[in-house]
Design a binder for this molecule. Structure first.
Ligand code: BMA
Length: 362
């Protein structure tokens, strides 16, 4: 018996030791951030979490109703991952670029954390050089202008101060900082944001990332997991162009929308190199934005591909509030209304043992 116990201990020890080697990039990560990172690493082995942007803020036909969620209306459960957007926080506005109140975002982040949900935050910051939107790509000098010695450096620091001040208010009832995933400077491989691939040099983009992470850490924020992100890419080399380094990043993520028949082949190819690269680096992997149409789009095509790899979550973008919707049927409609084929398909996806919603990750 004694021999058996000893053997058992020897067998158990390395397993525990291996789990604890998963650590976030931040050497000063809070215990809660470490716990979130390790929890995500373990969940990633069990299945793929479902995420939805702005799920708790509004839906297709409602605006900020207590405990409401389009996904819950449809499935009876919340997504496991809730996405929030902070664009225009940098301007000191009360509401985001999507007219969502930052005070209410804070309330929902707190509430969702209490329910053990996973929080991810995006930031479509305005163009600091032109004063126009994140999509203003009229100048290739924006990133350069906010880095050290650039004419917008001080202004950009003010923006980061506002972001940091807001992040510092994200605390639970015991005053502990709520851990979350932050995915700034997203879809770098595309050229539709002022920080996109052809809008700055690779070195400038790396500096932008490193500067942002260091700045937030110096503000005392150690509860953040950082997600590196690109849009559609075809090779690992393309994916990693602009990667700021393992000391800054916790998650390798990819955004890919269905824009044609080649989609699932390309997604399969990209998830293979992104997820294998994440595993080799002991980082997380996510399909941080995706969407498409078709009667078995979720339950068959998407799941068939995603099941092949270790993917922490996949996320659908927001259901734009529109009480009087015109019928829409484009890949950009992502998720519109909950009738007919979409509903049956999504419920099948929901019921698949591989997909994880909020109840599945308790
Ligand atoms: C985009 C669109 C925009 C929105 C932005 C930030 O992809 O949905 O309408 O303002 O995300 O949420």
């Amino acid at each position: 018996m004694k021999t058996l116990s000893v053997l058992l201990i020897i067998w158990i020890l390395p397993c525990n030791a291996q789990t604890s080697t998963y650590l976030p990039a931040d050497p000063q990560a809070t215990p809660e951030a470490i716990q979130l990172f390790q929890r995500l690493m373990e969940l990633q082995k069990k299945g793929v979490m479902y995420g939805h942007q702005d799920d708790l803020m509004y839906g297709y036909s409602w605006w900020y109703e207590k405990d409401r969620s389009d996904i819950k209306d449809l499935t009876g459960d919340y997504p496991a991952v809730a996405g929030f957007e902070l664009g225009h926080l940098e301007l000191d506005n009360e509401r985001s670029l999507d007219s969502v109140s930052f005070v209410q975002i804070r309330e929902q982040i707190k509430g969702f954390h209490q329910r053990n949900g996973i929080i991810t935050i995006s930031w479509h910051a305005d163009n600091p050089l032109t004063g126009k939107t994140a999509w203003d790509v009229s100048s290739k000098l924006v990133v350069k202008s906010i880095l050290n010695n650039g004419e917008n450096h001080a202004k950009f620091n003010t923006w980061l101060d506002r972001l940091a001040d807001y992040f510092l208010t994200l605390k639970d009832d015991n005053g502990k900082p709520i851990p979350f995933i932050f995915r700034p400077w997203h879809e770098h491989s595309g050229s539709f944001f002022w920080w996109g691939k052809t809008l700055c040099t690779e070195e400038e983009y790396i500096q932008l990332w490193q500067y942002t992470v260091k700045y937030l850490r110096e503000k005392g924020l150690h509860n953040i997991l950082y997600a590196y992100n690109t849009d559609r890419v075809l090779t690992l080399e393309e994916y990693l162009e602009g990667y700021p380094g393992d000391n800054y990043i916790d998650m390798l993520s990819l955004d890919m929308y269905d824009r044609g028949p080649e989609y699932f082949g390309e997604l399969d190819n990209a998830l293979a190199f992104v997820s294998y690269s994440a595993q080799a680096k002991d980082k997380l992997c996510a399909l941080s934005e995706c969407g498409g149409n078709g009667s078995t789009w979720f339950s068959k095509f998407l799941l068939d591909v995603v099941k092949k790899y270790r993917v922490s979550y996949l996320l659908n973008w927001r259901n734009t509030y529109n009480p009087n919707p015109a019928p829409v049927n484009s890949p950009f409609a992502r998720m519109r209304g909950y009738s007919g084929q979409f509903k049956a398909d999504f419920l099948k996806f929901y019921n698949d043992p591989h997909t994880l919603f909020l109840k599945d990750i308790q």
